[in-house]
Every structure is written in structure tokens, then in C-alpha cells.
Ligand binder design. Structure first.
Ligand SMILES: CC(C)(COP(=O)(O)OP(=O)(O)OC[C@H]1O[C@@H](n2cnc3c(N)ncnc32)[C@H](O)[C@@H]1OP(=O)(O)O)[C@@H](O)C(=O)NCCC(=O)NCCS
Length: 183
């Protein structure tokens, strides 16, 4: 469902002259967030999200607001006492490679610290990007067996991916599991 605004012009790599405002998402941002997530959802990329899920998740989201336009978004989903996941991190093609994704990710990590979380997980193809931000590759879900069993009670598809459940295996093929310890 990509619209014209998401057509990718050549990347300049130069920082945006007027950096975007990173702010908590509002309900009125959901359609723009949906366009971003839709543009990147598919095998190996972002988990597709219905509009109702995005509205439910508004409190988890932050956006990069450039003169009133949402050019990037990302979410932090708390999974356990010490653990959260970076989700739906996306920047419009036209605004990529200018530091917007990094600013969003650092803001999500700051939010994780504020919430008392000490480890942040992501499931991604963008290993170099996350590696630059202190994430390292891990093999399996970084929780104890007892916590794993409790997490099985979640209905959330992202949690199912984290737990590597059979029903979502197709979504996670080729993705790398990464973890960042917060200091
Ligand atoms: C991953 C993603 C969010 C990164 O967003 P971004 O705005 O391009 O991120 P940044 O600009 O901060 O960093 C991207 C690269 O540009 C480089 N860069 C940053 N600022 C730069 C600048 N001013 N000039 C030149 N290069 C720059 C960074 O070094 C980085 O290189 P790396 O990928 O080798 O680490 C974006 O590529 C995206 O939306 N991807 C599709 C969705 C996706 O896969 N999301 C992750 C799922 S968990």
C-alpha cells in the first residue's frame, strides 16, 4: 500500500538541514505509521500490523515529525520485567541514511531505560545498523524456561516470533535475533 510519498528518490546521505522532532505518537499519526509499516512489511522485514493493532499500540510508538509530516516511526514493546523489543522501526526511503533511524532507535532505548528495562531485543535483517547501536547476535530467546512458559500465554504475534513458535516461523526466516544490554 505504498503511496507516492514513499517512492524512493536517490539517497543523499546528507543530514536533514532541519532535523525532525522525535515525539510520542498521537492517534492522528496512525495512518502515516500504517503507510510506513505497510511499505516495509513482508517476508524478512516488518511484521504487518492491522489498523486496530496500531491504534491499540499508539502508546508504544514514537515518530519522527518533519514539519508536520511523519517520516519515521518505531515502537518499544515491553515483554518482561527486564526485557523489551524494538518494533516497527521504519524511515521513509527518501529520508534514510541521514541519521533519522538512529535517532529514533536511541529514543526507544532511552524509553526502555526510563521504564526500568535492562535488555532490548530485536529481530531484524538490518544487522549492521543495530550492530552500530550496540546490539549483538544471539541464538535463542534470552529468557529462562520458566519465563518462556509464561510468555506462551501471550496472544501477541511479536512475542510468538520471539519465542520462535511454529505458527509464525515463515515471518522470521532469515532474520537475526539481536540483543542490547543497557548500562
Ligand atoms: C533500518 C532503518 C530504520 C534505518 O533508518 P535510517 O534513517 O536509514 O538510519 P540511519 O540514517 O540512522 O542509519 C543508516 C545508515 O546511514 C548511515 N548514516 C547515518 N547518518 C548519515 C549521514 N548523515 N550521512 C551518511 N550516512 C549516514 C549510518 O552509518 C547507517 O549505516 P549502517 O546501516 O551501515 O549502520 C531503515 O533502513 C528502514 O526503515 N528499513 C526498513 C525497515 C526495517 O528493516 N526496519 C528494521 C526492522 S527491526
Amino acid at each position: 500500500m505504498a503511496d507516492d510519498a514513499l517512492v524512493d528518490p536517490p539517497r543523499s546521505g546528507s543530514p536533514l538541514v532541519d532535523p525532525p522532532l522525535i515525539r510520542p505518537a498521537l492517534t492522528r499519526d496512525v495512518l502515516a505509521i500504517a503507510r510506513l509499516v505497510d511499505a516495509y512489511s513482508g517476508p524478512g522485514q516488518l511484521l504487518a500490523k492491522s489498523l486496530v493493532t496500531l491504534y491499540e499500540d499508539v502508546p508504544e510508538f514514537i515518530v519522527a515529525d518533519h514539519g508536520g509530516e511523519v517520516i519515521g516511526c518505531g515502537a518499544l514493546h515491553v515483554m518482561w520485567e527486564d526485557l523489551a523489543e524494538v518494533r516497527s522501526l521504519a524511515v521513509r526511503p527518501a529520508a534514510q541514511s541521514r541519521g533519522v533511524g538512529s535517532t529514533l532507535l536511541e529514543a526507544l532505548l532511552a524509553r526502555a531505560r526510563t521504564l526500568g528495562v535492562t535488555r532490548v531485543f530485536c529481530l531484524t535483517f538490518q544487522t549492521r545498523f543495530f550492530g552500530r547501536h550496540g546490539f549483538t547476535e544471539i541464538d535463542a530467546a534470552p529468557v529462562t524456561e520458566a519465563v518462556y512458559q509464561q510468555m506462551l500465554q501471550s496472544f501477541d504475534d511479536g512475542v510468538a516470533e520471539f519465542l520462535e513458535l511454529e505458527r509464525v516461523k515463515a515471518n522470521t526466516l532469515g532474520n537475526t535475533r539481536m540483543l542490547r544490554h543497557l548500562t
